[in-house]
Design a protein around this ligand. Structure first.
Ligand SMILES: Cc1cc2nc3c(=O)[nH]c(=O)nc-3n(C[C@H](O)[C@H](O)[C@H](O)COP(=O)(O)OP(=O)(O)OC[C@H]3O[C@@H](n4cnc5c(N)ncnc54)[C@H](O)[C@@H]3O)c2cc1C
Length: 481
């Protein structure tokens, strides 16, 4: 039998948790760390698949005692910048889900995706505030604010959180609500993974009836007319209606329906909750704006929300960039058309304008979400494969520069895309919120263990020391020492 003193660091972790621990030499490691975004190759020293909050707490305590930085991943949809070194805790086995149809609330574990909530809630005539794809994790999405399909009617997903269960950097478990931990509650609703690992979350659901939604695909040759009409039309929409417009350069692939395959199209996405006649009437000016190739709008069951945006449902190598616009005036429209209009050779597959405002703007200031005051979210994505991977950052810089007069200085953290430096990764929060996040972090995570992804501050931990420590310990464990 091994003496306690001879047990390696990795073995100690294995003994203190129930879920699987993987070193880079283990066959399951690659699957465990894989992200939805295939261009991001996470390279932690160790990966751990937590089964529950106890597991997360034990693993974080283990890491804290050794000064090892900790990252968390659920689906990898937000994996824009790669994790290097440290311990990656995967939450994808934490699939607790319950719906309370009387209270109209849901409780989810950290690994639950929106699809599961939407499907289960629909049986009770309810829905959660999911975004353009139900494939993303409910917790990661909501910690970043969560910009929903029905956002103009209901606001950000984070506006409707009732409670978080959080493991902080010392491994302690906390229940965080407006009453029990108001400052933490404030900062978690938009503060992303700065302050710990959320193991479970409770939130409000909404009626799922009377939704009229879908997309219209216009021939890209009419992009200027459609964009002009869109800029006027959005001003007429009530808050019950949400809309976005995307310039899509669709690949010539079987997964794309025939009339659209290999084409440049402008995709209007629309969702309205209320009676179908009003929904149709409101949409009419856009429908008449230009010839279209496909109209997929109509009454829509909440379980089919993914058909509105038609986001990719399989992992893709993407490089993304997003920021906020205060207006869509003439110069902004011209800039968009210069970069994404007909005849332009662009490596950007999708450039999207999402209308904000309505309940998204009507917050009481009691949260940390960036973008409340903006008029549009502007988001671009392209395939991060050679030679496009090198081109994309340059194109993004040029677009940002050309749209600077219409831009808001901040970003919406969920749709920020890759960050290029320390300053950029903090841009989602204004100075006052950044200060509050720093203060809370100094108290709860003074070593900045949670230093991956969109966080404030720089890592305090010296990764080179950890590399030796964990790799040596991993080798010890593999040798059974
Ligand atoms: C195709 C696509 C469509 C999208 N559409 C929308 C949209 O409509 N609206 C919108 O708001 N966003 C949207 N997003 C962005 C998405 O919400 C974010 O990327 C979000 O971070 C995804 O969360 P995840 O847990 O699935 O991803 P992950 O990559 O697993 O996690 C991303 C980050 O979230 C944090 N995080 C995750 N889980 C935890 C946890 N348990 N505790 C603490 N921190 C945690 C961490 O910082 C982590 O690095 C979209 C993304 C994609 C790829």
């Amino acid at each position: 039998m091994q003496s306690h003193a001879s047990i390696s660091a990795v073995s100690e972790l294995q003994l203190s948790v129930r879920g699987p621990v993987f070193t880079p030499a283990d066959p399951g490691f690659a699957t465990e760390v894989a992200a939805f975004n295939l261009s991001t190759q996470h390279q932690p020293h160790l990966a751990f698949g937590a089964l529950d909050a106890e597991d997360v707490s034990a693993a974080v305590k283990w890491a804290a005692e050794r000064g090892i930085p900790v990252a968390v991943q659920s689906t990898g949809h937000g994996a824009t910048n790669a994790i290097e070194g440290g311990l990656l805790i995967s939450t994808r086995r934490m699939l607790e889900l319950s719906i309370d149809p009387l209270e109209k609330t849901a409780r989810v574990g950290a690994g639950v995706r929106w699809k599961a909530v939407v499907d289960e809630a629909a049986a009770f005539g309810l829905m959660g505030l999911c975004g353009s794809t139900t494939d993303v994790g409910v917790v990661g999405y909501t910690l970043g604010g969560g910009l929903p399909i029905m956002g103009r009617k209901y606001g950000f997903a984070s506006d409707h959180v009732i409670a978080f269960e959080l493991v902080t950097a010392d491994g302690t478990q906390h229940r965080v609500t407006q009453d029990e931990n108001p400052e933490l509650f404030f900062l978690l609703r938009g503060g992303k993974g700065n302050l710990g690992i959320v193991t479970a979350m409770e939130f409000h659901l909404f009626p799922s009836q009377d939704i009229f939604a879908g997309g219209i695909y216009f021939d890209g040759d009419h992009a200027a007319t459609v964009l002009q009409q869109f800029s006027e039309w959005v001003g007429t929409l009530p808050t019950e209606a949400s809309a976005s417009l995307a310039f899509l350069r669709l690949p010539d692939m079987d997964i794309i329906p025939e009339p659209l395959r290999g084409k440049f199209v402008v995709h209007l996405r629309y969702a309205y909750q209320g009676d179908a006649a009003t929904a149709t009437q409101l949409l009419e000016p856009m429908r008449r704006s230009a010839p279209f190739m496909m109209d997929g709008t109509g009454p829509l069951d909440s379980t089919r929300f993914d058909t509105i945006h038609m986001d990719p449902d399989q992992p893709v190598p993407a490089r993304e960039c997003g920021f906020l616009l205060d207006r869509l005036d003439g110069p902004a429209r011209e800039a968009i058309l210069r970069h994404f209009g007909p005849g332009v050779e662009s490596p950007v597959l999708m450039a999207e304008l999402r209308l904000l405002g309505g309940a998204l703007a009507a917050g009481d200031g009691q949260d940390t979400v960036g973008g409340r005051d903006a008029a549009f979210s502007f988001f671009m994505a392209g395939m991060a494969v050679p030679p496009l991977a090198e081109l994309l950052p340059k194109v993004y810089d040029a677009v940002r520069q050309d749209l600077r007069d219409a831009s808001n200085s901040g970003t919406f953290v969920n749709l920020h895309g890759h960050f290029v430096d320390a300053e950029d990764r903090e841009r989602a929060w204004g100075p006052a919120i950044r200060e509050r996040l720093r203060k809370a972090k100094a108290e709860l995570d003074p070593q900045n263990m949670f230093s991956f992804g969109h966080v404030v501050g720089l890592p305090v931990i010296d990764q080179t020391v950890l590399l030796e420590d964990v790799v040596t310990s991993g080798a010890d464990a593999a040798l059974g020492n």
